[in-house]
Design a protein. Structure first.
Length: 214
């Protein structure tokens, strides 16, 4: 019985990782995000410019700016010591280019928009805390990727459907977490992503979602 359970878990983890790796658009967005993990100011500036141009050229995504943490466990925006991707600023500017006009933050299209299957947004979680995000408007198979700013991050993620864990989480060698929902989802199904930080420092992270609608 134990051997069978281990086999099933192994298969589920492999499926989750393959789902991300075989998804060209999702993989492209993840690569853009990881490119922002730079140390020197010169490298950060170059990565910022390169990623921005890539985001402008790619019109398949929308900002996932509808996310609100239920637990109040996000790092304060005033915390300047926390290393961040600064992704949301790029999303805002790229979205303005896509729209052709200046768009206020609260006017963004978000992850619920039926015209888009891919969404992403930068968030953070305090040390020893857990953030909780609810998703609406999702349908079909769901793939989530959580990219922490530091590869040494000690993050864990759980995807809940109707309050029950419904996905396996695989941590890649660079700290990235990949989850694939194993339950059937419709637009009214309660879907929650919980991310806990077991490290001793706050951590910025980018959450990406492929809402397949099939």
């Amino acid at each position: 019985m134990i051997r069978l359970t281990i086999t099933i878990i192994t298969i589920m983890l492999a499926v989750a990782v393959n789902a991300q790796q075989n998804d060209k658009e999702l993989n492209s967005l993840v690569t853009m995000v990881k490119n922002l993990r730079q140390t020197s100011e010169a490298e950060k500036k170059q990565a910022f410019n390169d990623t921005f141009q890539s985001l402008v050229a790619d019109t398949a995504w929308t900002p996932m700016n509808e996310l609100r943490d239920k637990n109040g466990a996000e790092c304060p925006h005033s915390d300047k010591s926390l290393p961040r991707f600064r992704l949301n600023r790029m999303l805002s500017k790229a979205e303005q280019v896509h729209q052709g006009v200046a768009v206020a933050t609260n006017g963004f299209m978000n992850g619920q928009d039926p015209r888009f299957n891919y969404s992403l947004y930068e968030k953070s979680v305090m040390a020893g805390k857990k953030v909780s995000y609810s998703f609406n408007g999702r349908e079909g198979r769901q793939v989530f990727v959580v990219v922490p700013y530091k590869t040494s991050a000690k993050l864990n993620a759980t995807l809940l459907v109707n309050g029950k864990a419904a996905a396996s989480s695989q941590r890649l060698s660079d700290g990235t977490l990949v989850l694939e929902c194993t339950e059937s989802i419709n637009t009214k199904t309660p879907l929650t992503l919980e991310i806990s930080n077991q490290g001793n420092e706050g951590m910025a992270m980018v959450i990406l979602n492929h809402n397949t609608r099939k």
